[in-house]
Design a protein around this ligand. Structure first.
Ligand code: MN
Length: 227
C-alpha cells in the first residue's frame, strides 16, 4: 500500500460572490495587454501577440493583508481583471472562449520590478520577479450569471486614496476571448485556472503600510494592506 509521505497541502480557494469557494488550479498572466502600459515599459504595443507567464497557485491570497516580499526594493502594483475558468478546453476558438468562463475578479499582479529588470537584461526567466509568495492577491470571484462578460468599464487602482492606475477594459490589446483562445493553444485550460489579463499604465511602487484599493466597474473590488 502506498500512502502520502506527508499530508497533501490544502488547496487554494477564492470566495465566490453569493456563496461558495472557487478551487484554484493554475495561475496564468498576460504580459503587456494595454498599449499605454507597453509603452511605459519601453515596448512597441502594435506588433506583439499575447505572451504568458505563470504564478504558482499558492501565490493567490484573499485575506486583505499581504506581506512585503523579500529580495526586492521595488515592489510594483499591477491592477488587473482576472478571468476564472470553470470549464476545460484546448484549442478553443475565440468565438467559443467565453463558454469556459466561470466568473471574473479584480486582482493584483505584484511584481519585484528590480528583479524583473535584471531578468530582462540577462534574458533570464521572470519566475522570481512574478511568482513569489503572496504575489497574486485577488478579490471575490463574481459569477458570469451576475456580472456577464465585461468588455468595457473603468479599471482603477488607488494607493492610500490617490489614483495611481486608471484605464478601461476596452483598451485591452487582446480581449478576454482572444486571450483564452491564445492560451488554450499552448496548454489545455482546466476548471480552476485563473488568468490575470494585464495591467493598464501607471504601475508603481508599494511600500509597507500602503493601502491598495482596486475597482473594476461592474466586476468588483480589491483591498490590500501591505504589511
Ligand atoms: Mn501583469
Amino acid at each position: 500500500m502506498s500512502e502520502l509521505v506527508f499530508a497533501a497541502p490544502a488547496g487554494v480557494v477564492v470566495p465566490v460572490a453569493g456563496g461558495g469557494l472557487f478551487p484554484v488550479r493554475r495561475v496564468f498572466c498576460v504580459g503587456r495587454n494595454y498599449a499605454a502600459h507597453a509603452r511605459e515599459m519601453g515596448n512597441d504595443p502594435d506588433r506583439e501577440p499575447p505572451f504568458f507567464f505563470c504564478k504558482p497557485a499558492d501565490a493567490v491570497v484573499t485575506g486583505g493583508e499581504v506581506k512585503y516580499p523579500s529580495a526586492t526594493a521595488n515592489l510594483h502594483h499591477e491592477m488587473e481583471l482576472v478571468v476564472a475558468i470553470g470549464r476545460g478546453g484546448a484549442d478553443v476558438a475565440a468565438a467559443d472562449a467565453l463558454g469556459l468562463v466561470f466568473g471574473y475578479a479584480a486582482g493584483l499582479d505584484l511584481t519585484r520590478r528590480d528583479l524583473q529588470d535584471e531578468a530582462k537584461a540577462a534574458r533570464r526567466p521572470w519566475d522570481m520577479s512574478k511568482g513569489f509568495d503572496e504575489s497574486g492577491p485577488i478579490g471575490e470571484i463574481v459569477p458570469v450569471g451576475k456580472v456577464g462578460h465585461p468588455a468595457a468599464g473603468r479599471i482603477v487602482l488607488k494607493v492610500n486614496g490617490e489614483v495611481r492606475q486608471q484605464g478601461d477594459l476596452a483598451d485591452q490589446i487582446w480581449a478576454v476571448p482572444e486571450v483564452i483562445a491564445a492560451l488554450s493553444k499552448l496548454v489545455r485550460l482546466e476548471a480552476g485556472d485563473l488568468i490575470f489579463t494585464g495591467t493598464p499604465d501607471g504601475v508603481g511602487p508599494l511600500v509597507r503600510g500602503d493601502l491598495a484599493e482596486g475597482e473594476i466597474e461592474g466586476v468588483g473590488k480589491l483591498r490590500v494592506r501591505m504589511v
